[in-house]
Design a protein around this ligand. Structure first.
Ligand code: NDP
Length: 485
């Protein structure tokens, strides 16, 4: 992590647009508070909310409490002091005058301590519909002329290659690439960083990380919860656009890239882009779609089928489950399927990558069967990194048993996802943020199949709420060489 400039001459303003929303409440403010509590934010930072809702600091503060992770015995004083640095601004997203007022509020705080340099971060916790108005008004009315300006944007990054071009053009006309932070909290996971080092610094992985040794890779995002929050958005976008075209493709790029030339940010981002360029466009035959139902076996009234939710149209074909098999056209990865699997209302919540190695010559020893090596990178529910391998069962007989080589780095001082990303934004470290051209390639890979799905409205495979998903998906993965042990 790069150091943050905390000299007394530098003022920091952090503006949360859409502060009345769920993301601000459940992620951004808790992360800001926890960094503040641990003295990791720059001194003298001021936080501004900007939204149409009239937020009153006292009530907003109370609303935040359930998300903040407060330790009542330790935190009260510091917590009070955190809120003395928060200022609520009300405004319409399309009204330039409201941005002028916001800037005046920032300038008042920055000027109060005669700061020489004012750095500003603009976090757009907003739906895409107001995106262009807000970026334009920020650029026209809110930029600091004495320090740096950074803008943070959340998914969805458009819904197709065409829509994304418009989005990218707007963003890049207004801000330089070095000012844009496209946030993806999957990339902040320590397990990903840890694996990155393991792969390039250890012969056993650097030499075997290719199609000669690896049979198949599966990236899974399984979620027990059904579609609840932001249901309108979900029904319009579907699970592929919601999860695959951002989080999962970023994981794929981090796994499959070649060794960056150096530790410099742009060298890593160049390698992510290069490997994304080698991913073949997904064909309809490479995709399987599912939707959860409740056929009466599950009596819990909350566990209803997707189209039985009051907020979802009865004839919706929106997939709540998807599997896609991707191919990378490179010397390293030809013939290795990258299987992406994601679903809602499943039997468990788990996000992980499973890298299955090819079997060895010696598959049997006596009566015991040897399973091939499998590397597991688990992001949720807790971060784990381990290798499944075979060893001799203790005792006189030559028999095998499976064991796990635990590789996780347990470090209590490691900041959580959003905290780590916010620190990176303050420090100007864009390594774990997508560059706009990376997202462009992702849309190139998925747009044709998504257009076909939108047009054809294929009937999804139905699966029971709380089950492990459609059986057809397991058959599809097996056809591509992935084994479920
Ligand atoms: P919300 O839908 O809660 O919207 C945030 C705020 O934006 C609202 O409180 C509202 O503020 C304003 N807003 C909502 N709809 C409109 C509209 N049609 N026109 C103008 N303003 C509107 O979103 P979230 O807080 O959940 O998420 C914010 C962004 O982050 C979204 O782009 C979302 O896709 C993305 N995101 C969210 C995640 C989450 O976990 N919530 C996860 C990943 C990404 P007001 O009316 O007060 O101005």
């Amino acid at each position: 992590m790069l150091p943050i400039d905390t000299t007394n001459e530098v003022a920091y303003s952090f503006v949360v647009f859409g502060a009345s929303g769920r993301l601000a409440l459940s992620r951004i403010f808790p992360a800001l508070w926890q960094l503040y509590r641990d003295n990791r934010l720059p001194q003298g930072i001021k936080i501004f909310t900007f939204c149409r809702t009239k937020l009153e600091l006292r009530t907003f503060r109370i609303k935040c409490v359930p998300y903040m992770g407060l330790d009542k015995s330790r935190d009260p004083e510091k917590y009070n002091s955190f809120w003395t640095n928060v200022y609520c601004c009300e405004g319409q997203y399309d009204n330039a005058d409201d941005y002028v007022e916001l800037t005046a509020a920032m300038a008042r705080q920055e000027g109060r301590h005669d700061m020489l340099v004012a750095n500003r971060i603009f976090y757009l916790a907003l739906p895409p519909i107001v995106f262009d108005q807000v970026t334009l008004n920020i650029a026209r009315k809110c930029l600091s002329s004495t320090g740096w300006n950074r803008v943070v944007v959340e998914k969805p990054f458009g819904r197709s290659d065409v829509a994304y071009k418009v989005y990218q053009t707007q963003l890049c006309q207004t801000f330089k690439e070095s000012q844009i932070y496209m946030i993806d909290h999957y990339l902040s996971r320590q397990v990903i960083h840890n694996f990155f080092v393991l792969r390039f610094t250890n012969l056993i992985w650097s030499e075997t990380w290719n199609n000669k040794h690896i049979a198949a890779i599966m990236i899974s995002v399984k979620c027990e919860k059904p579609v609840q929050a932001r249901a309108d958005y979900f029904n319009q976008y579907g699970i592929i656009r919601d999860i695959m075209t951002n989080h999962m493709m970023q994981l794929l790029a981090m796994l499959a890239l070649e060794q960056p030339y150096s530790n410099e940010v742009e060298d890593l981002r160049d390698e992510r882009l290069k490997v994304l360029k080698q991913v073949l466009t997904v064909d309809f035959s490479d995709v399987l779609l599912g939707q959860y139902v409740n056929n009466g076996r599950e009596l819990d009234p909350v566990k209803v089928g997707y189209t039985q939710h009051s907020y979802i149209p009865k004839d919706s074909m929106t997939p709540t489950y998807a599997m896609a098999v991707l191919r990378i056209n490179s010397k390293r990865w030809t013939s290795v399927p990258f299987i992406l699997r994601v679903g809602k209302a499943l039997n468990e919540t788990k996000t992980e990558v499973r890298v299955q190695y090819k079997p060895t010559q010696c598959n049997h020893s006596g009566n015991s069967l040897s399973i091939p090596n499998e590397l597991v990178l688990r992001l949720a529910p807790r971060e784990q990194l381990f290798m499944r391998m075979m060893q001799k069962r203790p005792g006189p007989r030559m028999a095998l048993r499976e064991t796990e080589l635990d590789l996780i780095l347990r470090d209590r001082a490691v900041p959580a996802n959003y905290q780590a990303l916010l620190l990176d934004i303050f420090a100007g470290n864009q390594m774990m943020f997508m560059r706009t051209d990376e997202q462009c390639e992702i849309w190139r890979i998925f747009s044709p199949v998504l257009a076909e799905i939108d047009y054809e409205r294929p009937r999804p495979f139905y699966y029971e709420f709380g089950s492990c998903g459609p059986m057809a998906a397991y058959e599809m993965a097996a056809r591509h060489g992935f084994k479920f042990y």
